[in-house]
Design a protein around this ligand. Structure first.
Ligand SMILES: CC(C)(COP(=O)(O)OP(=O)(O)OC[C@H]1O[C@@H](n2cnc3c(N)ncnc32)[C@H](O)[C@@H]1OP(=O)(O)O)[C@@H](O)C(=O)NCCC(=O)NCCS
Length: 178
């Protein structure tokens, strides 16, 4: 039987070499490189991304949690998440980014699977993801849809004029609304 399309094989092989673990302070430089290289984040957003990852590294599980994806001990992607204050079991995926050179290899899905499993293990029920309506975030929105996140709300001009908020949700446990 013929193998599936070449890019799928390469992606699966690459993901198979990737391991997940909690990031450490030594990974901060790579976090910065990855968010810089992604090309979609403004400088103020990059500052916040670093603060969130710093929080997860210095006090894991207090406000923020993080997971890193590593290829040969080099950080190639990360996700940061945490419980939403003033909710009972709602969690926010604060940040996810994969080294642009390795995007499309299954690493983003690995990170999201890990986040959802960790959230479920902590009793989380609902995951909320906020992203931008800008054209350059089209691939990001396609990624969330592919992972069965549901577009729940939009707020035009939220981040800036012409840059709206798109809210995605995934219920990890049945909602009272079915
Ligand atoms: C969004 C991002 C994290 C996805 O990571 P990734 O490693 O490229 O994604 P994966 O390769 O794991 O893809 C997972 C699935 O989404 C699908 N997918 C990814 N990008 C897609 C696209 N542009 N269109 C359609 N499907 C897409 C893949 O086909 C794959 O589906 P499959 O597992 O069923 O084959 C990554 O592209 C990224 O870092 N983007 C820039 C930063 C960013 O936008 N972060 C989010 C801010 S809110």
């Amino acid at each position: 039987m013929s193998p599936p399309a070449g890019s799928d094989v390469r992606g699966a092989a690459r993901a198979a070499r990737v391991t997940l673990r909690a990031p450490s302070a030594a990974d901060r430089r790579r976090v910065r490189e990855i968010v810089d290289a992604s090309g979609v984040f403004r400088p103020d957003e990059i500052t916040i991304a670093l603060e969130v990852v710093d929080g997860a590294i210095s006090a894991p599980g207090r406000d923020y949690w993080a997971v890193g994806a590593y290829e040969e001990d080099q950080l190639v992607g990360f996700a940061a998440f945490g419980p939403v204050p003033c909710t009972l079991t709602t969690w926010d995926l604060y940040w996810i980014a994969v080294d642009p050179a390795l995007q499309g290899s299954g690493i983003g899905r690995m990170l999201m699977d890990h986040c959802e499993a960790a959230i479920t293990a902590e009793g989380g029920r609902l995951v909320v993801v906020e992203t931008s309506s800008r054209d350059d975030y089209g691939p990001t929105r396609a990624f969330y849809r592919r992972l069965r996140y549901h577009e729940q709300a939009t707020i035009p001009d939220y981040y800036a004029p012409g840059d709206g908020l798109v809210v995605y949700t995934k219920y990890l446990a049945p909602s009272v609304n079915g």
